[in-house]
Design a protein around this ligand. Structure first.
Ligand SMILES: NC(=O)c1ccc[n+]([C@@H]2O[C@H](COP(=O)([O-])OP(=O)(O)OC[C@H]3O[C@@H](n4cnc5c(N)ncnc54)[C@H](O)[C@@H]3O)[C@@H](O)[C@H]2O)c1
Length: 420
C-alpha cells in the first residue's frame, strides 16, 4: 500500500486525506497545531464538510493525524495544503509554505512525489518551494515536484474531492505524469497543465474571475437602487441566455480565505516582477472592500426614513460567516460592517446558528449569538440579513422584523424589508 502524507489538516487537507484513505492509501495528516492533531486522533472533526462519522471511517481505513514530521521519511507522496495568507503590507506571506517545504526537504526520500496545493502566485513551486524540498536531489529523476490547485468549495453538497476535476502541472513532464497517476486514483478527471506555472495561474484565473464579476454586480447594485431597478430580477433574466453569461449576484462583500486574498497574490507578483498594476483586480478589491460600508450607508438611510439615527439604534446582524451554511468567518464582510455601525454609535447584536461567539474587533470582548433571531429582529430597531443560512425561516423574519435590510434578495420585497 502506498503511503501519503498530507501537510496541513484544514478545510483543504483533511477532506483530501480522508478521501485518499478511503481509496486504500496509508495516510498521515501532518499538522503543526497539536490541538487539531489531538482532536482528529480522537475522532473530533473541526471542519464543516467532514462529519465525525466520516472521520471515524477514515481512522478505521488507515488515516492517522500526527505532528511528527519523521512520517515523511517513508512516504511515496507528500501533499502540501498549508495556508497562504497576506502579510501585513498586503503581499504574499509564504512562510507556512516555506516552512513545510523545509520540513519535507529534511526527510524526503528518493522516488517520492511532492505536490503543492496551496493557492499562490505563478512561479512559487519552481522558485520558492522546490529548491527547499529537493536539496541535492534532481527534480524529475530523484523526486517529482508538481503544483495542483485546490478547488474545494466548503458547503457544496454536489461537488467534492472525487467529482471536481483536478489540474496538475509538474516542473518536468515526468513530474506532471507522476502527479496525474497519483490523483487519478481518487479523482474522476485529472487535467494536465503545460507546467506548474500554468496550473498556478489556472487557480488564480478562477478566483480573479469570481472577484471581478462579484465587483461588477456590487457596483451595479448601487446605481440600480438609485434608478429604482431590481438588479436581481435583471440578473435572473440575463441568466436565461443559454450561452456567454454566468450569473453573479450582489451582496455585502466578499469573504473567506480565497476571493479577497488570492487575486492579491497575482497583482503583487505582477507589480513586483514587472512594475505595473493589474488594474482589474485592484478595482475589484476597491469595490468589494467598500461593499460592507455601502450596506452601512443603506442602513443609515433606512433608519433615517423611519426618523431614527444609527446612533443609539439596536442593530441585529443575521449570519456573520462569509457564506451560507458553514461556520467559517475568515475575512467576513460582517466585521467591517459591524465596525462601521459601532463607530456611528449603533448597539450591535448578532445571530448565527454556526457561530456561538463572535467578535467584530480583535481584542474586543466577544458577543454571544442571540437565542431567538425572530424575537431579536422584532426588538431591534433594524436587522440586516447578511447570510441566508438555511436555518432561517425567511418568511417569518420578513413578517416579524420591524426594519430589515436584505443584502441577499432572499426575503419577499415590501413591508419592512429593504433590499440592498
Ligand atoms: N478553504 C478553502 O475553501 C480553500 C479552497 C481552495 C483553496 N484553498 C487554499 O488551500 C490552502 C489551505 O487552506 P485551508 O483553508 O485548508 O487552510 P486552514 O487554515 O483551514 O488549514 C491549514 C492547516 O495547516 C496547518 N499548518 C500551517 N503551517 C503548517 C506547517 N508548516 N506544517 C504543517 N501544518 C501547517 C495549520 O495548523 C492548519 O491546520 C490555502 O492556500 C488556501 O488558499 C482553500
Amino acid at each position: 500500500m502506498k503511503k501519503l502524507v498530507v501537510i496541513g489538516q484544514g478545510y483543504v487537507g483533511l477532506p483530501m486525506a480522508l478521501r485518499a484513505a478511503e481509496k486504500g492509501f496509508v495516510v498521515v495528516g501532518l499538522d503543526t497545531n497539536e490541538r487539531i492533531v489531538r482532536e482528529l486522533g480522537v475522532g473530533r472533526s473541526h471542519i464543516d464538510d467532514v462529519s465525525n462519522e466520516e472521520l471515524a471511517e477514515g481512522l478505521a481505513a488507515g488515516y492517522t493525524a500526527s505532528s511528527d514530521p519523521t512520517c515523511i521519511a517513508d512516504a511515496d507522496v507528500v501533499v502540501v495544503c498549508v495556508p497562504t495568507p497576506l502579510s501585513v503590507d498586503g503581499g504574499p506571506d509564504l512562510r507556512p509554505v516555506e516552512s513545510a517545504a523545509r520540513t519535507i526537504g529534511q526527510h524526503i526520500r528518493h522516488g517520492a512525489l511532492v505536490v503543492l496545493e496551496s493557492t499562490t502566485y505563478p512561479g512559487t513551486t519552481e522558485e520558492a518551494f522546490a529548491p527547499l524540498v529537493s536539496g541535492d536531489l534532481e527534480i524529475g529523476r530523484d523526486i517529482h515536484v508538481a503544483f495542483s490547485p485546490e478547488r474545494i468549495d466548503p458547503g457544496n453538497a454536489t461537488f467534492g474531492v472525487q467529482n471536481t476535476p483536478k489540474v496538475v502541472g509538474g516542473l518536468t513532464p515526468a513530474c506532471t505524469r507522476a502527479a496525474k497517476d497519483f490523483y487519478s486514483v481518487f479523482v474522476d478527471v485529472v487535467v494536465e497543465a503545460k507546467g506548474a506555472k500554468e496550473a498556478e495561474m489556472a487557480k488564480l484565473i478562477e478566483n480573479t474571475f469570481r472577484h471581478v464579476n462579484i465587483a461588477l454586480v456590487n457596483e451595479m447594485v448601487r446605481f440600480s437602487h438609485e434608478l429604482d431597478i431590481d438588479l436581481w430580477d435583471a440578473i435572473d433574466c440575463a441568466a436565461t441566455k443559454p450561452f456567454g453569461f454566468m450569473a453573479f449576484r450582489p451582496g455585502p462583500g466578499v469573504g473567506g480565505h480565497c476571493i479577497p486574498v488570492d487575486p492579491s497574490y497575482l497583482s503583487h507578483r505582477v507589480k513586483a516582477q514587472l512594475g505595473y498594476a493589474f488594474r482589474m483586480v485592484e478595482l475589484a478589491e476597491e469595490i468589494n472592500a467598500a461593499a460592507p460600508l455601502y450596506v452601512a450607508d443603506r442602513l443609515w438611510q433606512a433608519l433615517n426614513d423611519n426618523r431614527k439615527s444609527v446612533n443609539g439604534s439596536k442593530v441585529l446582524l443575521l449570519g456573520v460567516t462569509y457564506k451560507p451554511d458553514i461556520s467559517d468567518c475568515r475575512e467576513s464582510p460582517a466585521v467591517p460592517l459591524a465596525q462601521r455601525l459601532a463607530s456611528w454609535g449603533a448597539e450591535i447584536s448578532y445571530h448565527d446558528p454556526f457561530v456561538p461567539q463572535w467578535s467584530p474587533r480583535a481584542g474586543a470582548a466577544s458577543l454571544s449569538s442571540v437565542e431567538d433571531p425572530y424575537r431579536a429582529a422584532c426588538e431591534a430597531d433594524a436587522a440586516i440579513l447578511l447570510q441566508a443560512h438555511r436555518h432561517y425561516d425567511l418568511e417569518r423574519l420578513a413578517a416579524e422584523g420591524s426594519l430589515l435590510l436584505d443584502t441577499r434578495a432572499a426575503l419577499p420585497w415590501g413591508g419592512g424589508v429593504n433590499r440592498l
